[in-house]
Design a protein. Structure first.
Length: 278
């Protein structure tokens, strides 16, 4: 067998061709398909084998789908009924048959996830990290309504409860506790910065909006806006595998309302949502 000026022994070609044929059979290819491919190769010159294939025909429409056992059937159905689509005036731009191409579907590797290993120990730093607690950010108008603390008293029992997470006025995804001068409490949640939510509470009092429980109580009891006190009691974070932050905030808010017993008449919460638990 001759390819240009190089001569390849027929025995070497036959041996390698037989080995390649065996490998394709192991992958499930039929003999007819393999024989057609061999015939195409034998009819090509060495120069032709090294030439890149040029696709002269340009397709106005390309149909891309994941490869599966039904892929060839889908291709056949599209080609069989393409004349029906051509009869639609709105599809006049797609006169030729579409090019049907297949992309790789999800395999086992794509479906596997990384192992959920605990975080590695962080080496000691020069400055010790802040302990869990509520802190002022010392840079916003809401700082005068909060204070530094690592725990707070249960409104009913007086038991000290530790704060979960490091929380400042700028922390997002927080469960917070508002306390009025007469000792009643309100538990709320916010996905935004804590200072933004507290600012809204003060705004409803200033605007005399009785539709909000905190504002209604402060207005009815003639409390000053400046007497509103608040602290963050839990910084809510998603697990390492992710999840729905809104749903998790609703769950934690309901749990704190129940545990601190801040539902009316003992507190300022009117109700809490149980849907996230269903």
């Amino acid at each position: 067998m001759h390819y240009g000026t190089n001569t390849i022994r027929q025995s070497d070609f036959d041996r390698n061709m037989a080995e390649t044929q065996r490998k394709f059979k192991e992958r499930g290819y039929k003999n007819d398909q393999i024989n057609i491919a061999i015939e195409k190769i034998q009819n090509k010159t060495r120069h032709g084998l090294f030439q890149g294939q040029s696709r002269k025909k340009k397709y106005s429409c390309v149909l891309t789908t994941c490869y599966s056992k039904c892929s060839e059937q889908i291709k056949g159905i599209v080609h069989k009924h393409w004349h029906i689509l051509k009869s639609d005036d709105s599809l006049s731009n797609f006169s030729d048959l579409p090019l049907v191409v297949f992309s790789r579907g999800r395999n086992l590797r794509d479906q596997l996830v990384n192992s959920d290993l605990p975080p590695q120990d962080i080496p000691e730093r020069l400055f010790a990290p802040l302990l869990d607690g509520n802190y002022k950010c010392n840079g916003c108008a809401q700082c005068n309504g909060t204070y530094k603390c690592t725990s707070f008293k249960h409104p009913q029992t007086g038991k000290q409860i530790p704060i979960k997470g490091v929380i400042t006025c700028s922390t997002k995804a927080v469960i917070y506790l508002i306390t009025c001068p007469c000792g009643k409490n309100y538990v709320g949640k916010t996905k935004r910065e804590l200072k933004v939510r507290i600012s809204e509470h003060r705004s409803t009092i200033r605007c005399k909006n009785f539709t909000y429980p905190v504002a209604a109580h402060f207005l009815e009891a003639n409390h000053w806006i400046s007497s509103l006190r608040y602290i963050g009691i839990e910084h809510v974070t998603l697990p390492r595998r992710g999840g729905d932050l809104d749903n998790l905030l609703l769950k934690r808010e309901a749990a704190w309302i129940f545990n601190l017993k801040t539902l009316a008449p003992f507190g300022l919460n009117i109700d809490f949502d149980l849907k996230p638990f269903l």
